[in-house]
Design a protein around this ligand. Structure first.
Ligand code: DGT
Ligand code: CA
Ligand code: CA
Ligand code: ZN
Length: 576
């Protein structure tokens, strides 16, 4: 049974959005938003908790705990139903348009009767918004850009969402008697940042029991097609899932075929043809006699073609087939190689877990070192001060005694100002063990200005890592404009690591930027940017992205021994 946390968090989140739309006080909306994230990230299933137990979750106060209990009992709560009656569902969609926001969304509804995205586009195109206070021609341009941004992301699902669904389905199918193997294939197995549909592959001599169970799964809202070899369904979340069942003896060929990508498959098939062979999802055959050569494992298929087995994350026709022919594939970094996490937040700023809980969760992952990097003062809404940072450092030093096997690093996530400077002067920065610096505002400067800004941040002797370089949020914000070559060269020259941020909406650097940066000799970090204990697992998505970028552990500084890692930080200080 799925945890109730997601369901409760979704309604609290919706309530927070509705509060923001009707203009209730901002503090209240934020409190609900924070509580929603706390519930989502809480390690225990709230489904089995009473109101008092829910109340004990950090950031969940008395009144919110009461609403959560109401949701568990009734499936909703009165306050939410009242606001739903006041604000049509479409207006919530309007408020989610990155360039519009809640206040303008409600104004459009009240003053022009606009109640969904279609209506908005229509209103812009027919000039219906002219004369409305705060809606100039520039606003109209921004609205169109915002809608297009949202639409571009709309059809595909973030990697983490698809992965969770796929894992649940694979677990369920695997349990069925007669199922010999089951795994997910397609873009999900390749670790792409967004997923069009989920492809599940199973091996069984009789497909019937697997297909029957599949269409009966609790996640399934609609059966699109039901057959012996392939069945497609749509989940309640709107995701399409294809299940293909193949005979156990052609498992390897089928897995290779359905993992893709199409471009990779075309390239591999060319190699087969040149050798007088024929490759399909059923196996590798002699083209002339039609005799089956191999089909049972992927490795055997690749090897029979004279290729090393190619990790799925590389199968994008980015040169991996030629590299496999020469046995020159990189040994990719893996999650188990990570010895530390260098970017995480606590409830001192916008995280939802305490310092103690974050450290305990990091220790449970077996890290040898772990950095707490709460936001620095220039991100004013987080209300950080130097005193608070120093106080946190004291607490961290005390905590250290409880964790003899994990080095606790006191860090900060600095804000890179438009001119490339950061929050604190050098002597204050020197107090921190590690500094990550990121862009959190002024996303629309010219490429020349952004490039100067980032190069100057790299040149800061106290900045060790640049966090989420391009600032993109999938479906919400485009990346900043940059001269990537210039910034990558500066990072390599100054010994500044570039982060691969595992936040599922960020994945920043993304795969192709990783590839590009490594050609400049850049070093990287693989970080979670966790804002709760459960988000520490976001390194999983960062690692998939790093693999797609072709990274080996030698290029990722937080896979290094503490000794080698701290020398890297030290070199930066003394070189600059
Ligand atoms: P997605 O779903 O858009 O995120 O991307 P994929 O790569 O999962 O694509 P999908 O679901 O259409 O197909 C799954 C895999 O099946 C694909 O990666 C390769 C294989 N495949 C599907 N159609 C073809 C085809 O026409 N030719 C070849 N060579 N392979 C195909
Ligand atoms: Ca797919
Ligand atoms: Ca598919
Ligand atoms: Zn952060």
């Amino acid at each position: 049974m799925a945890r109730a946390n997601g369901r409760v968090a979704a309604l609290l989140h919706e309530y927070a959005e509705l509060l923001a739309i009707v203009g209730s006080d901002a503090f209240k909306a934020r409190a609900y938003e924070k509580a929603a994230r706390a519930v989502a990230g809480h390690h225990e299933d709230v489904g089995g908790m009473d109101e008092a137990a829910i109340r004990s979750i950090p950031n969940v106060g008395k009144s919110i705990a009461g609403k959560a209990a109401e949701i568990l009992r009734d499936g909703t709560f009165q306050g939410l139903e009242d606001l739903r009656a006041e604000v049509p569902e479409g207006v919530r969609q309007l408020a989610a348009i990155p360039t519009l926001g809640p206040k303008k969304a409600l104004m459009l509804y009240r003053e022009r009767g606009v109640s969904d995205v279609e209506g908005l586009l229509d209103a812009v195109n027919t000039g219906k918004l002219r004369g409305l206070r705060g809606f100039g021609p520039k606003t109209e341009q921004n609205i169109l850009a915002g809608v297009s941004l949202m639409r571009r992301a709309g059809e595909r699902v973030p990697l983490n969402v698809a992965l969770k669904v796929a894992e649940e389905i694979v677990a369920a199918i695997s349990e069925i008697p007669g199922c010999e193997r089951c795994t997910y294939a397609g873009s999900l197995r390749r670790g792409r940042e967004t997923i069009g549909d989920i492809d599940i592959l199973a091996a069984a001599s009789d497909s019937t029991p697997l297909m029957e169970r599949f269409v009966d799964l609790p996640q399934v809202a609609e059966v699109i097609a039901h057959g012996d070899t392939k069945t497609s369904v749509r989940t309640y979340a709107g995701l399409q899932v294809d299940l293909r069942v193949v005979p156990p003896e052609c498992w390897g060929a089928a897995l290779q075929y359905f993992t893709g990508s199409k471009a990779h498959n075309v390239r591999v098939r060319e190699i087969a043809v040149r050798q007088g062979l024929k490759l399909s999802e059923y196996g590798l055959f002699d083209a002339e006699s039609g005799a089956l050569l191999v089909a049972d494992t992927e490795r055997a298929v690749y090897e029979r073609l004279g290729l090393a087995w190619i990790p799925p994350t590389l199968r994008e026709d980015w040169g991996e087939v030629a590299a496999a022919a020469k046995d020159e594939l990189p040994t990719l970094v893996e999650v188990k190689d990570l010895r530390g996490d260098l970017h995480s937040h606590t409830d001192l700023t916008d995280g939802v877990a305490t310092l103690e809980d974050m450290v305990a969760a990091a220790a449970a992952r077996g890290y040898e070192y772990y950095a707490v990097t709460d936001h620095a003062p220039d991100l004013t809404m987080q209300r950080m001060t130097l005193d608070k940072a120093r106080e946190q450092r004291e607490r961290l030093r005390e905590l250290q005694q409880r964790y003899p096997d994990m080095r606790l690093l006191h860090g900060s996530e600095l804000n890179i100002a438009a001119d490339g400077s950061v929050d604190w002067p050098e002597e204050i920065l020197a107090e921190f063990d590690v500094c990550v610096a990121s862009v959190h505002h002024q996303f629309r400067l010219s490429a020349a200005e952004q490039t100067r800004r980032l190069i100057r941040a790299c040149e800061n002797p106290r900045v060790h890592v640049i966090g989420h370089l391009t600032g993109r949020r999938m479906g919400r914000r485009d990346p900043i404009d940059l001269d990537f070559d210039a910034v990558f060269a500066a990072a390599a020259r100054t010994g500044t690591a570039l982060e691969v941020n595992g936040g599922p909406q960020r994945l920043d650097l993304k795969d192709e930027h990783v590839r590009w940066a490594r050609r400049h000799g850049v070093r990287f970090t693989i970080d979670s940017d966790a804002h709760s204990t459960t988000q520490l697992e976001y390194v999983r998505y960062a690692t998939l992205t790093a693999q797609r970028g072709g990274l080996t552990s030698d290029e990722v500084i937080n896979t290094w021994s503490y000794q080698r890692f701290s020398e890297f930080l030290e070199r930066k200080r003394s070189a600059s």
